[in-house]
Design a protein around this ligand. Structure first.
Ligand code: FAD
Length: 164
């Protein structure tokens, strides 16, 4: 596969080198760029986007600013209860710190990406799929933010709750 490195001289210096142009890589590169870093984003495939480019495009962000502005209530605690309820047995032992970081930081992440890029999301109208045995209160309409009409994506999710 040919490497496309036109315009990058041997002397070019970078503060941040990001490998991969999916959502994670693009977000990392965006953060670096906004904070003044010279960023090199390298992609091994012929096209950018990775798996992200093939995804349904739903960014699941509880308590995101769009839903709160629309008067939809939500909280990090409710989101955490939902995640714990739908996660397979044993996952919490490893994942709990990540879940906590996610519900705490995801709303700011979405706002940051929208503020500093051309990406604008709108919350989907459908709720996170109510799962059998889950307290309905932990499911919230508007958690799934996507580009476009806001019709898709929101109903995805696990079908069964592990605990009530
Ligand atoms: C059909 C489908 C639908 C989905 N729908 C949703 C959805 O609606 N909502 C949701 O939240 N998630 C969805 N997902 C999951 C979601 O797409 C992935 O979790 C997400 O895209 C992963 O992002 P990423 O940046 O970590 O990886 P990727 O988007 O896969 O990006 C990784 C990139 O790194 C590149 N790369 C790898 N190694 C190197 C290297 N050494 N050097 C340079 N580049 C490298 C790859 O080529 C790739 O471009 C869906 C997934 C699929 C398959």
């Amino acid at each position: 596969m040919p490497a496309h490195t036109a315009g990058i001289s041997d002397e070019a210096g970078f503060d941040l080198v990001v490998l991969g142009s999916g959502a994670a890589g693009l977000a990392a590169a965006l953060v670096g760029g906004v904070h003044g870093a010279r960023v090199l984003l390298a992609e091994k495939a012929e096209v950018i986007g990775g798996t992200t480019a093939m995804s349904g495009g739903c960014t699941w962000v509880p308590a995101n600013h769009h839903m709160l502005a629309a008067g939809l209530s939500d909280s990090a605690d409710d989101a955490l209860r939902y995640i714990r309820a739908v996660a397979p047995p044993g996952w919490a032992e490893v994942e709990e710190p990540l879940w906590q970081a996610f519900v705490a930081q995801a709303p700011a992440m979405l706002a940051f990406v929208e503020q500093h890029s051309a990406s604008a999301a709108s919350p989907t109208r459908t709720p996170t799929r109510p799962v059998r045995g889950c307290a309905a209160a932990t499911c919230r309409r508007g958690r799934c933010a996507s580009r476009g009409s806001g019709r898709g994506g929101g109903a995805s999710g696990p079908r069964r709750c592990r605990t009530a």
